[in-house]
Design a binder for this molecule. Sequence first.
Ligand code: PHE
Ligand code: NA
Length: 452
Amino acid sequence: MSTHNVWTHKGTFLLAAVGSAVGLGNLWRFPYLTGENGGGAFILVYALTIFAVGIPILIAEIMLGRNSRRSPIMGMRFLTRTHNTSRAWESIGWLGATSAFLILSFYSVIAGWAIHYTGLMFTGSMMEVSAADVSQHFDRLLASPALLTLYHTLFIAASALIVGLGIHKGIEAGLRVLMPSLFVILLVVLGYGALIGDLGAAADFLFTFNLADLSLEGWLQAMGQSFFTLSLGMGAIMAYGAYMSGSASLTRTAFAIAVVDTAVAMVAGLAIFALVFGAGLDPAEGPGLMFVTLPLAFAEMPGGALVGGAFFILVLGAAISSSISLIEPVAAFLVERFDMTRPQAVTIMVIASWALGLLTVLSFNLWAEGTIFHALFGRSAFDFIELLTNIFMPLGGLLIALFAGWALTHSEVMKEMRTNERWFHIWRFLVRFVAPAAVAFVFLRSIPQVEG
Ligand code: PHE
Ligand code: NA
């Protein structure tokens, strides 16, 4: 018995998955982590894990969702029963819910910064200001827990409203406009960055691969980012897979998601670093990178107030289509398991995540130093939560790969994949051996180095 309705259009899953994948991970997190980790080597590990590990696991995760047609936790429970395997596999669902809850907590805080900048752009108060003014402005925003909490609350409430009312399933038309517009405006910013900045230096920085440059924690961050950016290993894709039309192609869809997501990250990275090197800013600026470079470009651009305002609105749209995919799997579980109404389930998930998000808010000001997180883990609460997601998402992905690779039968997989035997064997080799080995390799190298 299937507990889910199925999306009738073949393309709806792709659109929803791209909506989930493309977000702050591409625009904010990818450039900032790349900058902190010295550029090319980080990108090399990131790209390798996307294509050798990410795509096969993406196929696996969609497959588990579509095969079970349930929310991730209930879906894994169902699959372990029908396959007579250990209930330990249910940990995939629980781990995913934990990751979703952790990610939403800081995602919403950062998206809140974009709310602030949307206002700044449209009012024109950032026009023709200097680089120093732009960065001072950002520092002042971060110094205010009240302002950060306000924006965090607004963003998470808007996301909760959309999922709670169930209208996240009707935003297909919106995504059809949003995604191409975001890409176009990024190209405009890239073009402008090439004009006033230093695109050559950006390309050198991003595409000079020297693995020796990458710290051991950098390896973990690069792999974590490849999962984060694809929304992978935490149930979001599984939850959407449960609604996917049975006739859409798994492999083609997974490739398309990875290619679109990577393209957005690369264009954003090139644009931001062209501006960074052109203006002599610091590539290792950290989480503020996007918020100090792009406003600077808009400040000098003709019509920058409008273009900048439109840009940050599109960023918010991309962020909200990701945050709703963080809420959905947990909410669907609470509905299926405890018979809650959808609004109740969403409220519980979101209030908990909101409260945890206050730790991230304070990590940028009152608790930037000297907390228990610094004493125990050598980092702020925000950095610690990011570290956990860099571990939990690949770990979830590893378990998904192993379950799909070893527990599902040949005929079940073929029913979902409907490709020829050759592709089946390539995929199964990747999920059985390559993906688990790659994840284990990075874990064994880097986790013992994460200093406490
Ligand atoms: N992939 C999203 C981004 O890049 C973040 C995300 C992670 C969304 C996990 C859902 C699940 O912004
Ligand atoms: Na992404």
